[in-house]
Design a protein around this ligand. Structure first.
Ligand code: HEC
Ligand code: HEC
Length: 203
């Protein structure tokens, strides 16, 4: 009996350690370089591409991709699996009538249920799909007013640096891995990319 208790408490300790390691891994998500790190690249076009490639660590992170899916359904998790329960974009990105995003997604993350949330939580329009596209393709599409919601480059920069749904990616709640760096660092990279001519990677 005593032995079994000791084994149980040893097991609990090991599990506790494993869990704190897991949450450490979540906190220690990647970092981002700053525009200064690219100053040595003399050629503006090459510098611009390098800056966007660095920003791509955020853009192609699951936290962004899950809301910029290919097709009509959001995805979940680090592996971009289909959203459970099944939901669709609906006419305005807020879901089908009777199954709106806001039925489950609150204005903030709810830790007890694990449901992520933000004010205005909804799905990006189909023409802003990023999943299954290369970084170069995403770059071209972000600059294309026909596919980016009619935004100028300046407005795109502002959206990346300040938008609340974008910002959620750095405080996603639960055990989700946050996007690398901070939204300010990401905004600075995108700003420097625009200032250097907003050139896109070939692939
Ligand atoms: C909860 C869903 C959601 C998340 C998470 C999300 N987006 Fe979006 N995104 C949208 C919606 C919806 C739009 C359409 C514009 C709007 O209504 O604000 C959009 C539009 C955009 C646009 C402008 C149009 C374009 O070119 O695609 C950019 C840029 C963008 N998002 C970047 C990001 C980045 C970067 C991240 C991650 C750091 C991210 N988004 C995470 C929902 C999301
Ligand atoms: C019936 C409840 C419900 C509805 C309706 C719903 N969701 Fe979810 N959603 C969830 C739950 C629960 C999770 C968390 C699952 C997990 O992390 O294991 C989730 C997770 C997500 C994620 C994953 C975030 C990430 O990066 O892991 C996205 C994106 C998402 N929902 C978008 C939407 C959008 C957009 C809508 C509306 C079109 C919507 N959801 C409607 C319950 C719902």
């Amino acid at each position: 009996m005593f032995d079994r208790d000791r084994r149980a408490s040893r097991l609990a300790k090991v599990l506790g350690l494993a869990m704190s390691l897991a949450s450490f891994a979540t906190l220690a998500a990647g970092s981002l370089k700053s525009p200064n790190d690219f100053k040595t690249i003399g050629d503006a076009k090459a510098r611009s591409i390098a800056l966007f490639t660095e920003a791509g660590k955020v853009i192609q992170h699951p936290r962004c991709l899950n809301c910029h899916p290919k097709g009509d359904r959001p995805t979940q998790g680090e592996d971009l699996h289909a959203h459970t329960p099944p939901v669709i974009r609906g006419a305005d990105g807020h879901g089908a009538i009777g199954m709106q995003c806001g039925t489950c997604h609150q204005p903030v993350n709810v830790e007890s249920s694990g449901v992520p949330g933000n004010v205005g939580w909804h799905l990006a329009p189909a023409e802003m799909a990023w999943q299954g596209r290369s970084l170069g393709q995403i770059c071209e599409q972000i600059k294309d007013k026909k596919r980016n919601g009619g935004k100028s480059l300046e407005q795109i920069g502002e959206h990346m640096a300040k938008d609340g749904l974008v910002g959620w990616a750095w405080m996603p709640g639960g055990t989700r891995e946050p996007a690398p760096g901070t939204q300010d660092q990401f905004g600075a990279l995108i700003g420097a990319w625009i200032d250097s001519g907003a050139h896109c990677p070939k692939t």
